[in-house]
Design a protein around this ligand. Structure first.
Ligand code: HDL
Ligand code: ZN
Length: 420
């Protein structure tokens, strides 16, 4: 058992352990190369990430449709000029692009966009995937898989082979947040559903879910939800959750991941960059966890104001796993604040982060930045322990860190801490 000699050694060990721990990234928008163009990668995709689209429109007065008519390269050139050259790239999303370039051994100080383009253009996709997984330290990741997305659906229906490092998550926004649209689609696919959701139609929704659980073998079911999400409620969404999603999730032992607080398209002209945030009512989470004790729930909330309530509700329900600093929460100041709050209220029984990466290369920066922020909080908390006379061992720190960055998730899924 390795005894740690002093607080300085303790801090060094925590930082080293966090820097090296293999990660399970439990929420991304990445795909295996089998999904073709759905897997976004390279410098132009990094520069046109919707976070940077929102930020560039704070400086330019171009009509939205004129921007969208530009080619991907032209959009990237514009964003590079405005957000990197005309203004220092200090935002988290801008800094992330530079972290990626540096990790690949390129020189951000050269500011040579054409050189960066040539580098990425020379990377075959399989090589690119291996390099990014190796540089980011991500061992396994979870995709976001939508059976209602035509281009994705086609791949699943065409003998998808998969990659064991890329797990599936069955995403249900189209079913739960647009039942009328989903009802039409399900009807086209041969499910005998009706808008009124009578018992026969609800049974067909369960058959649809079963079909896709068997096809995708997801590690969890997920949905993003608005701030005014309510359950119970006299709505198709509330009935679908209670009578189809949760029974199937319980039957298959799958968590239901609720991502709450997104206000879709408050500025439609920005398209994917047009969503905003609102504070949700934690009572709905309390009622669901209490009403469905056999179900497992995962929870991430988009509003900073919901984070404390999210920790407290997790103290009330062991079948709830809080995870990640989602989207507008994924900034160093809020990652540290949220992780500190979670450690103080939950100990180590949570998942501190996911990347939400949309572009393959983002795994590198999102995890490099988060590892530093989370290590800073853990070092502080272990140092507080040290002050009491408690002496954590190196093995205990490795155990704790492995839990936070993956094993807590796999244990919650019922795999006993090790990945499936
Ligand atoms: O709903 C989600 O999963 C969100 O993460 C959205 O995809 C959002 O556009 C996003 O990429 N956030 O980081
Ligand atoms: Zn996401």
């Amino acid at each position: 058992m390795m005894v740690i000699a002093n607080k300085e050694e303790l801090t060094r060990l925590v930082e080293e352990t966090v820097a090296q721990v293999p990660i399970t990234d439990i929420h991304t928008h990445l795909f295996t190369p089998e999904f073709g163009p759905l897997l976004l990668r390279g410098i132009d995709e990094l520069l046109t990430y919707h976070y940077l689209v929102a930020e560039v429109f704070r400086w330019i007065e171009m009509p939205y449709e004129e921007f969208w008519r530009l080619s991907k390269k032209e959009q990237a050139d514009l964003i590079w000029r405005v957000l990197f050259l005309e203004h220092s790239p200090v935002s988290e999303a801008c800094r992330g692009v530079l972290t990626v370039l540096k990790a690949f051994g390129l020189d951000p100080g050269a500011r040579d966009l054409e050189e960066y383009r040539a580098f990425f253009a020379a990377l075959p996709v399989e090589t690119h995937v291996e390099r990014v997984l190796q540089l980011s330290g991500v061992a396994r990741l979870v995709m976001t898989n939508d059976p209602f997305a035509p281009e994705e659906r086609a791949v699943w229906l065409d003998e998808y082979r998969g990659d064991p490092r890329f797990c599936a998550a069955l995403r249900l926004d189209a079913l739960l947040n647009d039942w009328e649209g989903a009802c039409r689609k399900l009807g086209e696919w041969g499910y005998k559903v009706a808008s009124a959701l009578d018992p026969a139609a609800m049974a067909e929704v369960r058959r649809f879910l079963n079909d896709w659980i068997k096809r995708m073998n997801p590690v969890y079911l997920a949905v993003s939800l608005p701030p005014d999400f309510l359950w119970p409620e006299d709505s198709a969404r509330a009935r679908l959750i209670a009578e189809a999603v949760l029974p199937l999730a319980a039957e298959h032992g799958l968590p239901f991941a609720m991502m709450i607080g997104v206000k879709k398209l408050v500025n439609p002209g920005l398209r994917l960059a047009g969503d905003s945030v609102g504070k949700a009512g934690i009572e709905t989470v309390e009622r669901l966890c209490a009403s469905f004790p056999r179900n497992k729930f995962m929870l991430t909330m988009l509003s900073r104001e919901n984070q404390h309530e999210g920790c407290v509700v997790a103290r009330k329900f062991g079948n709830l796993l809080p995870f990640g600093c989602w989207w507008f929460m994924n900034n160093p100041s809020l990652v540290e604040e949220t992780t500190r709050m979670r450690v103080e209220l939950l100990g180590l029984s949570f998942v501190p982060q996911h990347s939400d990466a949309r572009v393959l290369d983002q795994l590198i920066y999102k995890w490099a930045h988060s590892r530093k922020n989370i290590a800073r909080v853990l070092s502080e908390k272990y140092a507080d322990l040290w002050e009491t006379g408690w002496r954590p061992t190196a093995e205990e720190i490795r155990r704790d860190v492995a839990g936070l960055f993956g094993e807590n998730f796999w244990r919650f899924l019922g795999y006993g801490g090790k990945a499936a």
